[in-house]
Design a protein around this ligand. Structure first.
Ligand SMILES: Cc1cc2nc3c(=O)[nH]c(=O)nc-3n(C[C@H](O)[C@H](O)[C@H](O)COP(=O)(O)OP(=O)(O)OC[C@H]3O[C@@H](n4cnc5c(N)ncnc54)[C@H](O)[C@@H]3O)c2cc1C
Length: 306
């Protein structure tokens, strides 16, 4: 019987593991499909406090993991495919393994949608990004492209003009899902050029770093090449919450909903990180909410010692 099982080993899960470990709870962390989470995919992280010269994402996450291990956290490979939250102890099933636990922290994160182009994933951190707040600063006075047609694409395009010399907003339709006010704002921005109805056929990166993009007009079949140092894919995120459908409250996009802090409608089940946050989506906010979840779990276990 575990005191606390933590689903996910990104910033949120690992921070929860550090706090739960230091509370002598011997947390069990289930890694999931992506050990270390989204930060393990990237290169430079310059906005995580405490690192004046920045730090590589995989190194930051490895440090968190070692810190959690130092305080007794145990790690298991595996993907949780079923949970029974109807009674305590909760049951967590990961393949052939079933764990029983007095409390549960869900820190399963989210997955940024990509375009589905060949080699695209390898370019993350090498000119391809899914996070303007994280990576915009790396493109000072450089031309970049934002791909997408929703509010977040418009917001990212506008935000990125603070850094970039020019922003191509590439969208496959002439109409946008984004709200009128966001479209108008982007259209009024002299640094933003709308490129529609174009789809990205290829990201040009002969040296392993983005140098441009090959586009195709979906109405005329015209081909166009743009020279850019960065491509920001802003077509949405999918929270990794399928396992909790019908079990925990979630919004229409699948993001888990907390009642207060990290608390859910089920006493003893707590949520943290990007799986419950479609607004901030930062390493430090995920880590902060992981801390909250561990403190809430600790308090819960203290109050339910039976
Ligand atoms: C390319 C890129 C660059 C970024 N750069 C920065 C940056 O510079 N600064 C910054 O602050 N933020 C950055 N971010 C955002 C930051 O990485 C995320 O906000 C943060 O990782 C969220 O942490 P998390 O723990 O909530 O989720 P994630 O990092 O998404 O981790 C989720 C974890 O849950 C696991 N999991 C999922 N489903 C299951 C399951 N069913 N069973 C078991 N485990 C499961 C996964 O394997 C993973 O370990 C970047 C993101 C990306 C993609």
């Amino acid at each position: 019987m575990e005191n606390v099982v933590i689903i996910g080993s990104g910033c949120a899960g690992l921070t929860a593991a550090i706090y739960a470990g230091r509370a002598n709870l011997k947390p069990l962390v289930i890694d999931g499909h992506e050990q270390g989470g989204q930060l393990s995919l990237t290169t430079h992280v310059e906005n995580y406090p405490g690192f004046p010269d920045g730090i590589m994402g995989p190194e930051l996450i490895e440090n968190m993991r070692k810190q959690a291990q130092r305080f007794g956290a145990e790690f298991k490979a595996g993907q949780v495919n079923e949970v029974d939250l109807t009674q305590r102890p909760f049951k967590v099933v990961a393949g052939k393994d079933t764990y029983e636990t007095k409390s549960l922290i869900v820190a399963a994160g989210a997955t940024a949608r990509l375009l589905g182009l060949e080699g695209e994933r390898d370019l993350i951190g090498r000119g391809l990004s899914t996070c303007a707040t994280c990576d915009g600063f790396f493109f000072r006075n450089k031309p970049i492209a934002v791909v997408g047609g929703g509010d977040s694409a418009m917001e990212e395009a506008n935000f990125l003009t603070r850094h970039a010399s020019k922003v191509y907003l590439v969208h496959r339709r002439n109409e946008f899902r984004a709200s009128k006010i966001m479209i108008d704002r982007a259209k009024a921005n002299p640094k933003v050029e709308f490129v529609t109805p174009f789809t990205v056929e290829q990201i040009i990166a002969p040296q392993g770093h983005v140098e441009g993009a090959r586009l195709r007009n979906l109405e005329t079949n015209e081909a166009r090449e743009i020279t850019v140092d960065g491509v920001f894919v802003a077509i949405g995120h999918d929270p990794n919450s399928t396992v909790f459908k019908g079990k925990l409250d979630m919004d229409s996009n699948g993001y888990l909903i907390a009642n207060h802090g990290s608390l859910t409608k089920i006493p003893g089940v707590f949520i943290a990180g990007d799986v419950q946050d479609h607004r901030y989506r930062q390493a430090v906010t995920a880590a902060g909410s992981g801390c909250m979840a561990a403190l809430d779990a600790e308090k819960f276990l203290e109050e339910h010692k039976d």
